[in-house]
Design a protein around this ligand. Structure first.
Ligand SMILES: NC(=O)c1ccc[n+]([C@@H]2O[C@H](COP(=O)([O-])OP(=O)(O)OC[C@H]3O[C@@H](n4cnc5c(N)ncnc54)[C@H](OP(=O)(O)O)[C@@H]3O)[C@@H](O)[C@H]2O)c1
Length: 298
C-alpha cells in the first residue's frame, strides 16, 4: 500500500509503522525534521502549522494518516495553547488544501482527534453520536475534525478517530504514571470517580489500519477499549500490575497547582464506548484493562 503518515515519529505513529513494513508498503513520513527511520521510508519535510505539504510528497498515496500535533500533556501557557490549536487546526487545513489541489488524490484521510471533544460528562455513556462539549480542548477537537471533513469535498473518505488514553510501554500516559507507582507514590486522582477511557496502543494502531483498509468505515470512531474504568479502578489495576501499593491520593487542588489549566483533563470524566468500531466489526485484542497492563509490563 502507498501511505503518507504525519506524526509517525510519535508514540502512536511508531507503533503504527510496525504494521506497515516498508519492504511491503511505500511509505512517506511527513515530519518537521528527518527522523532517519529506515532507508526504505521516504522522508518529506512538513511543519503542519506553517505551510501546506508539498503535493509531490502525497503523489501516489492511497491513504493519508494524520497524527501530528503539539503534545497536550504539558502546562497550557498561552504559547502552548496556540501551538496545540494551530498544529492541529491549521495543520489539517494545510494538509487538506494541498490534497484539494492534486489531480490524482488519495482515497482516504484518517485523522486523529481526541475524546477530549466530549469534555467532562460524569457517568454518561458516550457513543460517537454524543454532543461535543465547549471549552479549549473540545473546541480544538471540533475545529480539527471540521478541517478533516473538508477533504470529503475533494472526494476522500474521511475517518476521525477520537483517541482515548493510550497505554503502551514507550510513551503516552503510562510513561508519566508508571514511575510514580513504581516509587510507591502513585494514587487516586481527586475523587477517583472520573471515568477513564483507555486503549492499548496495539489496538489503536490496529484500529487506524482497520479504518484505512475498510472502505465501509467513515466518520467518527471512538478510539477507546470497550471497558472504560473509573480512576479508582485504574489506580488499583495499575498498582496491581506493578505489584506496588497505591495509597497516596493526589488532591485536586495540588494537581491543579502543578499543572494549571491542563489539570482539567486529568479530572474530566469520559465514559466513552467504541460503538462505531465494534459495529463495523473491529475486534479488540485488549478489551479489559488488566490484561492490557500485564502485556505492557510483561
Ligand atoms: N497518546 C494519547 O494518549 C492520545 C490521546 C488522544 C489523542 N491523541 C492524539 O493522537 C495524535 C498522536 O498522538 P501521540 O501520542 O503519538 O503524540 P506524540 O507522541 O506527541 O507525537 C505527535 C507527533 O506530532 C508532531 N508534533 C509535535 N509537536 C508538533 C507541533 N508543534 N507542530 C506540528 N507537529 C508536531 C511530532 O512529529 P515530528 O516531530 O515528526 O514532526 C510528533 O511525533 C496527536 O494528535 C494526539 O493529540 C493522543
Amino acid at each position: 500500500m502507498f501511505l503518507t503518515i504525519s506524526g509517525a515519529t510519535g508514540f502512536i505513529g511508531r507503533r503504527l509503522l510496525q504494521l506497515y513494513p516498508p519492504d511491503q508498503n511505500s511509505l512517506v513520513v511527513l515530519a518537521r525534521k528527518n527522523p532517519c527511520l529506515n532507508p526504505l521510508i521516504h522522508y518529506g519535510h512538513w511543519d503542519p502549522a506553517v505551510a501546506e505539504p508539498s503535493r509531490e510528497l502525497l503523489h501516489r498515496s492511497e491513504a493519508v494518516i494524520h497524527l501530528a500535533g503539539e503534545p497536550v500533556s504539558q502546562r497550557w501557557t498561552p504559547a502552548v495553547k496556540t501551538a496545540i490549536r494551530d498544529s492541529r487546526v491549521l495543520g489539517t487545513r494545510n494538509l487538506v488544501s494541498a490534497i484539494g489541489k492534486m489531480r490524482h488524490r488519495p482515497k482516504t484521510l484518517v485523522c486523529a482527534s481526541a475524546v477530549g471533544i466530549y469534555g467532562n460528562r460524569g457517568d454518561e455513556v458516550l457513543a460517537e453520536s454524543a454532543k461535543p462539549a465547549k471549552g479549549f480542548l473540545p473546541d480544538v477537537c471540533a475545529d480539527w475534525e471540521a478541517e478533516a471533513d473538508k477533504a470529503r469535498e475533494h472526494g476522500l473518505r474521511v475517518v476521525k478517530i477520537r483517541i482515548g488514553i493510550v497505554l503502551g510501554a514507550d510513551g503516552g500516559a503510562l510513561e508519566a504514571m508508571a514511575p510514580l507507582f513504581r516509587w510507591g507514590v502513585g494514587g487516586v486522582l481527586g475523587s477517583g470517580k472520573q471515568w477513564m477511557s483507555w486503549i492499548h496502543v496495539d489496538d489503536l494502531a490496529r484500529m487506524i489500519q482497520f479504518a484505512v483498509e475498510n472502505e465501509k468505515v467513515s466518520g467518527v470512531l471512538n478510539g477507546v477499549a470497550p471497558n472504560p474504568v473509573t480512576n479508582t479502578e485504574f489506580t488499583r489495576q495499575l498498582a496491581g500490575a506493578l505489584h506496588r501499593p497505591a495509597f497516596l491520593p493526589a488532591p485536586e487542588f495540588g494537581v491543579k497547582l502543578l499543572y494549571g489549566e491542563m489539570a482539567q483533563i486529568l479530572f474530566a470524566s469520559q465514559r466513552v464506548k467504541p460503538a462505531a468500531a465494534e459495529a463495523a466489526g473491529f475486534v479488540f485484542r485488549y478489551p479489559q484493562l488488566r490484561p492490557a497492563l500485564d502485556a505492557i509490563f510483561a
